[in-house]
Design a protein around this ligand. Structure first.
Ligand SMILES: C[S@@+](CC[C@H](N)C(=O)[O-])C[C@H]1O[C@@H](n2cnc3c(N)ncnc32)[C@H](O)[C@@H]1O
Length: 232
C-alpha cells in the first residue's frame, strides 16, 4: 500500500522528536502507527514495535503488513525494554502511558544511561512525576512540546542521559521545558492550573499546608498568564 495515513497531533509531536536515520524502539506500540508512519516517510532505519500484550501486538503486526513495511518494522513481545537490547535502538519512544509506568520502564533499562540514546516520552498523566524522576536520575530534559488529543492536552518530552543529577524548584516539575511563546503550552498549563487550584482549595479545606502548590500556581500564572483569566 503506497498511501500513508496522517498521525494525530499527539503522535506527530512524538514523531517530530525522532532523529533521522535512527533505529527506533516504540514501547507500548499497540497499533504500531508511529513506527509505520516513520518507516513510510523514510525517516528511520528500522524500528522494533514492542508491547507487553499479544493482542495489540497482533494488530500492530497486521498494520505493518498492510502498509508493507515488514522490512523496516518488526514486532516484539516485551515488558518495557526487557526484550530489547541497546544495539537495536537509538531513539526510544514511550507514549500513551502513565508517568509512573514510564519511569519504571526507564528505571529497568540500564542501557538508556548513555548520551547516544534519545528518549521521547509522552505521559498521559502526572507528567511532574516523570520530570522529577528524569532530573533526579541524571537525564536532561532537552526539549518539550505540548500536544492535544481528543480535547485534552499533554506534553512530549525529549530526554538524554548526561549523568548530572539536578535539583530544581517544584514549579519546574510542572512546567518543565515548555515555552511561554507556544500557544499549546499555555493551554496545557491552564489545564494543569485548574487541577492545582482544585488541589489547593481541597487542601485548604482539609487544613493542609498548600504553600508548595500555591507557589506552583503563582509561577505558572507569572510565566504563562492566566490563559482564560478565570477560575473555571
Ligand atoms: C494507550 S496504548 C498507547 C499506544 C501508543 N503508544 C500511543 O501512544 O498511541 C498503551 C499500550 O502500552 C502497552 N503497555 C502497557 N504496559 C506496558 C509495558 N510494561 N511494556 C510494554 N507495553 C506496555 C499496552 O498493552 C498498550 O498497548
Amino acid at each position: 500500500m503506497g498511501k500513508i495515513f496522517a498521525l494525530d497531533n499527539r503522535l506527530s509531536t512524538c514523531a517530530e522528536f525522532v532523529r533521522e536515520g535512527t533505529r527506533v524502539a516504540d514501547i507500548g506500540t499497540d497499533h504500531a502507527y508511529l513506527p509505520i508512519w516513520l518507516a513510510k516517510k523514510g525517516i528511520i532505519q528500522s524500528a522494533v514495535a514492542a508491547d507487553i500484550r499479544p493482542l495489540p501486538l497482533k494488530s500492530g503486526e497486521e498494520n505493518i503488513k498492510k502498509y508493507g513495511c515488514e522490512n523496516i518494522v518488526s514486532v516484539r513481545l516485551s515488558d518495557g525494554l526487557d526484550n530489547i537490547s541497546s544495539n537495536e535502538a537509538d531513539d526510544i519512544v514511550i507514549a500513551g502511558m502513565g508517568a509512573e509506568l514510564i519511569t519504571s520502564i526507564i528505571d529497568r533499562a540500564e542501557w538508556l544511561k548513555s548520551s547516544d540514546k534519545n528518549l521521547i516520552l509522552q505521559p498521559m498523566t502526572r507528567a511532574y512525576v516523570l520530570r522529577k524522576y528524569l532530573l533526579e536520575n541524571g537525564f536532561d530534559i532537552v526539549r518539550e512540546k505540548a500536544c492535544v488529543h481528543s480535547g485534552k492536552y499533554y506534553t512530549v518530552l525529549q530526554a538524554v542521559y548526561s549523568g548530572n543529577i539536578k535539583t530544581a524548584d517544584i514549579s519546574y516539575f510542572y512546567i518543565g521545558e515548555l515555552k511561554e511563546e507556544d500557544e499549546l503550552s499555555k493551554v496545557y498549563l491552564h489545564q494543569i492550573l485548574k487541577k492545582l487550584r482544585f488541589r489547593s482549595q481541597g487542601g485548604k479545606h482539609d487544613g493542609k499546608d498548600t504553600h508548595e502548590i500555591d507557589f506552583v500556581i503563582e509561577e505558572i500564572i507569572r510565566r504563562f498568564g492566566d490563559y482564560y483569566n478565570d477560575e473555571s
